[in-house]
Ligand binder design. Structure first.
Ligand code: CMC
Length: 392
């Protein structure tokens, strides 16, 4: 009881106390468990960062080895899940498939349904999810091509195995350039957590009803899909392609983004919390130059992106509103250079965000947070009497 304040979009409402990710949007600082994102992106590996986020500390080499081994024991998914892949139309969006398949894991691994799991049971579900997600993601891609799936190769590291299942052929092992594996680690690390964003808040709120981890993550995947959130990485490339096909006229598109009568927004620009450069965008922009050079790719949309960024940063509309490029602005250009089709971009975001979602779900459970249940101020009719159908 007491006065209820409404805060649409929770712009100024804290939902929790959290010890996982620190973000200062005014300055452009991002740290996981105290470690600056720049150091992690440069020096760490994705599984190490996953461990850090979920368990709070960087693992020793022995602990990391054990974590890897446990994960590699659970990379297969139940063969019956292949029937789901067969059932999806081959061109259906990978994000719709992903949320569905991750939700379905609870049916195949029902030990996850225990609302009060022991620490060991909880860890097993966490390991299974981390292990099975790359298999699911690559199989979605293989299905879109009409190709046979590639089974996990557990002697490969997590990211290499994922790339092998995605780009490998059933008849031969593929050799994957080291720089590709390292760019992929970097991208996944940069996406691994971002405090109480839309999908993470979704995961926490769904989990707060004691729904199982798979169901909570599946809900997070659905939240991530939207173009205002993770779906922006796909929308950016589509926008850049449109600008290219429109003769590369970025000024015209910038004007469209500023026009309040036009629903178009500059995708990959602006952020709820960053009112300065998104530190992830800075790292990705550099990585983008490196990867394209290494692979000898000259992608015309990269030039359009740079031109657009430069123009926006000088434009009074963007300056006044403190709109800077965000993580999604350049990531798609790298994904595409690595060989991923546009509709897989948001799925890659989900693969990277998975440890963050898990860490936040685990923290919510450990804190014994109450069920999430926002209030409202009612604005509908006052009481009135029911009118039978034949009198309406
Ligand atoms: N293009 C043009 N105008 C914009 C943009 C943009 N991309 N972003 C914000 N604005 C304007 C907006 O119209 C508003 O103007 P005014 O004050 O005149 O009404 C002002 O800036 C503040 O925007 P807002 O919509 O109130 O801010 P928000 O915090 O609710 O929204 C956002 C944040 C990320 C949804 C928004 O900036 C946006 O739609 N960006 C484009 C989509 C995008 O790139 N999303 C990815 C976000 S980062 C990664 C992730 O979350 O997945």
């Amino acid at each position: 009881s007491g006065a209820i304040t409404v805060d649409p979009g929770y712009k100024n409402t804290g939902a929790t106390k959290s010890a996982i990710t620190f973000l200062d949007g005014e300055v452009g600082i991002l740290r996981y468990r105290g470690y600056p994102i720049e150091q992690l992106a440069e020096q760490s590996t994705f599984l190490e960062v996953a461990y850090l986020l979920i368990y709070g500390e960087l693992p020793s080499s022995e602990t990391l080895l054990d974590f890897r081994k446990k994960i590699s024991r659970h990379t297969l998914i139940h063969e019956d899940m292949k029937k789901f892949f067969d059932g999806f139309p081959s061109k259906s969006h990978p994000m719709g498939q992903l949320s569905c398949l991750v939700g379905a894991l609870s049916a195949f691994y029902p030990e996850s349904l225990n609302p009060n799991p022991s620490e060991e049971e909880e860890n097993l579900t966490i390991i299974k999810l981390l292990a099975k997600m790359p298999t699911i993601v690559s199989w979605i891609y293989k299905k879109s091509l009409g190709h046979p799936v590639i089974y996990p190769r557990n002697e490969l590291n997590y990211v290499h195995n994922f790339l092998n299942m995605t780009f490998g052929q059933i008849t031969e092992d593929i050799s994957i350039d080291k720089s590709i594996v390292s760019a992929m680690h970097k991208l996944l690390i940069l996406h691994a957590d971002h405090e109480q964003n839309c999908s993470t808040s979704t995961v926490r709120i769904v989990g707060s009803s004691n729904a199982n981890l798979y169901a909570s993550i599946s809900a997070g995947i659905s939240a991530l899909w939207g173009p205002l959130h993770g779906g922006a990485n796909q929308a950016v490339i589509e926008m850049l392609e449109n600008i290219k096909n429109d003769g590369g006229n970025s000024a015209k598109w910038l004007a469209k983004a500023k026009d309040k009568n036009d629903p178009f927004r500059l995708m990959g620009f602006g952020h709820r919390v960053y009112k300065n450069f998104d530190p992830r965008a800075k790292i990705i922009k550099e990585a983008c130059d490196e990867v394209l050079e290494k692979l000898g790719i000259n992608d015309p949309v990269l030039n359009i992106a740079k031109e657009l960024e430069e123009a926006a940063l000088k434009d009074q509309y963007f300056v006044d509103r403190k709109l800077y490029p965000n993580v999604d602005f350049y990531s798609g250009i790298i994904y595409r250079a690595l060989g991923f089709p546009t509709d897989m971009f948001t799925v890659l975001f989900a693969l990277g965000r998975l440890p963050g979602w898990i860490a936040q779900w685990k923290e919510m459970k450990a804190n014994k947070e109450p069920i999430g249940r926002p209030r409202q101020i009612y604005t509908g009719s006052t009481t009135r009497d029911y009118v039978p159908l034949d009198q309406r």
